[in-house]
Design a protein around this ligand. Structure first.
Ligand code: ZN
Ligand code: ZN
Length: 269
């Protein structure tokens, strides 16, 4: 990436600054963002405690916003007290979305074993919360395309983003029709991700954003290292190559859509 390219702003729409901090990588995260022209970072919560820790980081950094989530790996749906705590966090001025929420049917020992029924209870509670508060949602979908589509279909007033998009072009069209934006992560840069790459070629200019999901799954050419928010530039470059577009175009399109989705400053640009 040239210095000229880095002057086109970018938003990392999904990372986990709490997890980066736990790994001693918070300064590296901000340095990488600065170098790559990442002006705004959305740090995503996984449960009450994690969302609250993201709030603390957002309060300390002008370029960070946070989300209030209940990840599908949580062993139980949030109880009444937890729901109240999530609602309180969502009232914070720097809380921009509900998430991550969703359904994960990739069951492996050491990954997670939350039953589908419990995940479903949680996702509907969280979609109701988003509807009540008029907030977008950040959706995690692993091996659960039809289940996720059914869940969001029951809450038609809610908009959001399909984070770390893992579907194909046809599924992307269905998500966009449901009012959701497609978020491309490091996976789209991997050689064998033909389905996501086809989605990246086809999706409309106003219908996608980019993310790192750092510290997980670094994009090419950073694979094998902990992911950092600045590496979202590599994903934007890969999306540009797939679309036959210029990097500045992809950076501008994804930034405008991210700011509109989350109501971040600069979204009138
Ligand atoms: Zn996720
Ligand atoms: Zn995530």
């Amino acid at each position: 990436m040239s210095d000229a390219t880095a002057r086109w702003p970018l938003v990392d729409t999904h990372c986990h600054l709490v997890l980066l901090e736990e790994r001693g990588l918070l300064s590296a995260a901000f340095e990488s963002a600065e170098e790559a022209g990442v002006e705004q970072i959305v740090s995503v919560g996984l449960n009450v405690e994690d969302s609250d820790r993201n709030r603390t980081i957002a309060e300390a950094h002008d370029n960070v916003w946070f989300t209030v989530g209940w990840h599908p790996h949580e062993p139980h749906a949030p109880d009444a007290a937890q729901q109240r705590a999530l609602e309180d966090l969502l009232a914070h001025p720097r809380a921009v979305a509900v998430g991550e929420i969703g359904i994960d049917l990739f069951f492996r020992s050491g990954y997670h074993d939350t039953p589908f029924e419990e995940q479903q209870r949680a996702v509907h509670i969280m979609l109701d919360l988003a509807a009540a508060r008029g907030k977008p949602v950040v959706v995690h979908d692993r091996d659960a395309h039809s289940e996720v589509l059914a869940a969001i279909g029951e809450h038609p007033s809610v908009r959001g983003v399909m984070h770390c998009f893992s579907g194909d072009a046809a599924f992307a069209r269905m998500c966009v029709a449901a009012g959701y934006v497609i978020s491309f992560a490091g996976m789209v840069t991997f050689p064998h991700s033909e389905a996501q790459q086809a989605a990246a070629r086809e999706v409309g200019e106003c219908d996608y954003v980019v993310e790192t999901d750092s510290p997980f799954l670094a994009p090419v050419p950073h694979r094998g290292r902990p992911n950092l928010p600045g590496y979202v530039a590599a994903t934007a470059a890969a999306v540009a190559a797939l679309r036959g577009a210029g990097e500045p175009d992809v950076r501008a399109q994804s930034t405008v859509t991210a700011r509109r989705l989350f109501g971040l400053p600069g979204h009138e640009r």
